[in-house]
Design a protein around this ligand. Structure first.
Ligand SMILES: [Zn+2]
Length: 290
């Protein structure tokens, strides 16, 4: 059973359990049917099914995140520690869903992570005031990433600017937002991973079409360069030469004669008894005639 003294942990269990409705109902029905007579070990089969379902869902979620990150790692040179830029909408969602970002994001990305924001984001939250005070408190815990805006601009514009700069620069960012317009804009910027919160869960957005086509363009470029190299270097390019198969003698082991095993046949004689066993027959010594 989850440790009730840790509300955050309990909440994460609750989220996972919500994804297993059939198993939850089966376990709940079993427990309620036993009512006050319930004792240790009762409904253990139903409980095991529920736990298996929860574990399976958690593994599936981490596997998906790993697959998406691997794509960005190989195609857009993302390397840990990952820099995650959060905006006010994401902090507000984390507050509403009671998610501890500093704990949950590194766990989800399974790598060291730097949570960051910008002064434009902080400025916007301060301007909005009491309505987003909680989100401001969360955002203020994070490192402030440098942005070129001496006079703060709208948070969404600031983050899309940094995403565009990251696409061609060395400093890479994952952008964490719940802002629909910003998300749409980020999907058009090649090589930008987007994070969001849904059903009390932190998730990576699917790879956008722009990002996919950007990656395939790179592959096409590599193919084109290889072809060009082949044309310039010609067939004499030592790298293009195939290894010649060494000529050698015949494998002596292959010529070894097969040793034929003599088959031993046993001939049994004697009549069968009533139980099917054979009678032992004694060889009679030849009678010498006088
Ligand atoms: Zn800015």
């Amino acid at each position: 059973m989850p440790n009730a003294s840790n509300p955050q942990r309990l909440l994460s269990y609750a989220t996972s359990i919500a994804k297993c409705p059939t198993e939850t109902v089966a376990y709940g029905s079993c427990v309620s049917s036993q009512a006050e007579r319930i004792k240790q070990g009762d409904c253990s089969a139903e409980f095991k099914k529920l736990i298996d379902c929860v574990t399976k869902n958690l593994k599936k979620k981490l596997k998906r995140a790993n697959r998406l990150l691997t794509f960005f790692k190989y195609n857009y040179k993302f390397v840990p520690p990952y820099r995650v830029l959060v905006d006010g909408t994401f902090c507000q969602a984390a507050l509403t869903e009671k998610l501890n970002l500093a704990e949950q994001i590194p766990k989800y990305l399974t790598e060291e992570t730097h949570l960051m924001t910008t002064k434009c984001v902080l400025d916007e939250l301060e301007k909005i005031g009491p309505l987003l005070y909680g989100a401001l408190v969360i955002a203020k815990q994070f490192e402030v990433a440098e942005c070129p805006h001496k006079t703060p601009i709208a948070a969404a514009d600031c983050l899309s600017h940094l995403a565009r700069r990251a696409a061609s620069g060395k400093t890479k960012y994952l952008i964490a937002t719940q802002h629909d317009e910003l998300t749409e804009k980020l999907r058009t910027i090649v090589g930008t991973p987007i994070m969001y919160i849904k059903f009390k869960t932190i998730l990576l957005d699917n790879i956008s079409e722009a990002t996919k086509s950007g990656a395939s363009k790179d592959e096409e470029e590599i193919k084109r360069l290889k072809q060009l190299k082949k044309e310039i270097m010609g067939p004499s390019d030592p790298l293009q030469k195939k290894k010649k198969k060494k000529k050698g003698g015949v494998n002596p082991l292959a010529c070894k004669k097969k040793i034929m095993k003599a088959s031993v046949e046993t001939v049994r004689t004697g009549e069968r008894t009533a139980t099917g066993k054979r009678k032992r027959t004694k060889k009679k010594a030849p009678v010498e005639s006088d």
